[in-house]
Design a protein around this ligand. Structure first.
Ligand SMILES: C[S@@+](CC[C@H](N)C(=O)[O-])C[C@H]1O[C@@H](n2cnc3c(N)ncnc32)[C@H](O)[C@@H]1O
Length: 251
């Protein structure tokens, strides 16, 4: 079993912080003059970056592990009230929730992605549509306006985006239902169209779930991310942005 990259990065961060403290202790006891704190932070970031490369973590983890010790040091020098950090932590936790496990953070799709998907739907048909990872709800609310005959469910794992989507749908009197939860626990058999805007890491497992549960003829629509090793049934592009939307028809 491979650990999630966030847990590996956490392990590297703790290990190198420990090493840096030990080095600082040794230098205080054995060197004639104290070395500046920034030296140890650079040492920590440097070793962490090497370890991140050894563990084949993505490039942004290498940057995070290098920059964070310095950023924390600078933030401590500002002597800000701890409640500010706690408030920031709470906000990020509610917004991004279990992203360290799902590897799918929140970022919205554009209206043009929604319009591309709208073009796939027959205006006279009543489809059961689910948006997995519905974020702030903008995609489904817009699609429901364009195709009011179909039925829509958005499922979102992070509490704050879910709450915002719920308020938006009530405020805009949208027929879209939003639910808090993990799409992996939803039976997709009931849906004709699954829309996903997730991340490359989530795609293989999602495709297996769709293949196992969805009926023949129903489609998985993935904005921007392909299913590795599977040929899409169609590749769609908006003329308003460069991102591609892929469809996978179930057989
Ligand atoms: C890239 S955002 C896309 C948001 C929205 N679909 C859109 O197009 O604007 C992905 C969303 O999926 C959510 N997500 C990730 N894993 C999930 C899971 N297993 N179950 C439900 N939601 C999930 C994230 O919290 C995030 O809000």
């Amino acid at each position: 079993m491979r650990l999630s990259p966030a847990l590996i990065a956490l392990f590297i961060g703790c290990l190198t912080a420990g090493l840096s403290l030990i080095l600082q202790e040794i230098s205080l006891n054995y060197l004639p003059a104290a070395l500046p704190e920034v030296f140890f932070l650079l040492f920590q970031g440097f070793v962490a970056t090497i370890l991140a490369r050894m563990f084949r973590l993505a490039i942004w983890w290498q940057w995070i592990l290098f920059i964070f010790p310095l950023a924390i040091w600078l933030a401590l020098m500002l002597d800000l009230t701890p409640s500010l950090f706690f408030g920031g932590f709470l906000l990020f936790a509610l917004m991004y929730w279990s992203v360290f496990l799902t590897q799918v953070p929140y970022y919205p799709s554009s209206n043009s992605a929604c319009d591309v998907v709208a073009g796939l739907i027959d205006h006279d048909k009543r489809l059961e549509i689910i948006e997995i990872g519905s974020g702030l709800g903008g995609f489904s609310i817009r699609l429901a306006k364009l195709h009011p005959k179909s039925s829509y469910l958005g499922i979102e794992i992070a509490p704050l985006p879910f709450l915002i989507s719920l308020i938006r749908s009530k405020y805009q009197r949208s027929a879209v239902r939003f639910r808090l939860g993990n799409y992996e626990k939803v039976d997709l058999a009931h849906f004709n169209l699954v829309f996903a805007y997730l991340s490359p890491a989530a795609m293989p497992k999602l495709y297996e779930q769709c293949k196992a549960q969805m009926k023949a003829g129903s489609i998985l629509v993935s904005h921007e991310f392909i299913v590795p090793g599977v040929k899409p049934s169609a590749t769609l592009k908006s003329d308003r942005d460069s991102k591609i939307t892929y469809t996978y028809e179930m057989v």
